[in-house]
Design a protein around this ligand. Structure first.
Ligand code: GRF
Length: 194
């Protein structure tokens, strides 16, 4: 990928809706000397969420925008992304479906992390469904975002074994830990491999 503003590092935008633990791990990675990207902005569709506090703590420009409400708000987001020279949009626990025209405009430049081995268990409550179906393995997937939910091209997956002692809660914890490790590195790979 080509840097959009001739700077030394790529600029990424992280879209969140809540807790922001993936955001935190992405920021931590971006602070490393070897990282090829900066977290330039954080956008949340919810106002009072921990993810926005994390952005504030690290002095990262942050916006609350409920932009799927109308086209006008979507356009506002596009304006911000252009102004901030954003090279890649990373969804991290972002719970809104992006408008189709937005996805089309940023085709190949929006990625997401999902807590299952896609194409299995798209959507919500993945861990609960994985456990009740008696799966032996689960994991997480980083994928490009297209207009269909959790269906874009898979970039990277990490698989873990489910033990007899596991339940939805313990699996959530294990998978989340893996997400924190892989997502920042996969973002690095996407940006540095044109
Ligand atoms: C993660 O499990 C992610 O895979 C899913 O939503 C959760 C977000 O967690 N899309 P956090 O907000 O990053 O802590």
């Amino acid at each position: 990928m080509k840097k959009s503003d001739g700077k030394l590092k790529y600029n990424i935008a992280v879209f969140i809706s809540g807790r922001g633990s993936n955001l935190k791990s992405i920021i931590a990675y971006s602070k490393k000397k070897k990282a090829c990207y900066n977290v330039r902005i954080v956008i949340s569709n919810n106002k009072k969420v921990n993810g926005l506090l994390i952005a504030k703590k690290y002095n990262i420009k942050n916006y609350f925008i409920d932009f799927t409400k109308s086209k006008r708000l979507g356009n506002k987001v596009i304006q911000i992304l252009k102004k901030e020279n954003i090279d890649l949009v990373c969804l991290a626990g972002f719970m809104k479906i992006l408008p189709a025209y937005f996805i089309k405009l940023y085709n190949g430049k929006i990625v997401n992390i999902h807590p299952s081995l896609l194409p299995k268990y798209k959507g919500l409550n993945t861990h609960k469904r994985v456990i009740s179906n008696g799966e032996k393995f689960t994991g997480c997937t980083v994928h490009f975002v297209n207009r269909y939910l959790d269906s874009g091209k898979i970039i990277f997956q990490k698989k873990i074994r489910i033990t007899r002692e596991d339940n939805a809660k313990s699996i959530e914890k294990k998978v989340l830990n893996i997400e924190h490790k892989i997502y920042p590195k996969v973002i690095e790979k996407i940006l540095s491999n044109p």
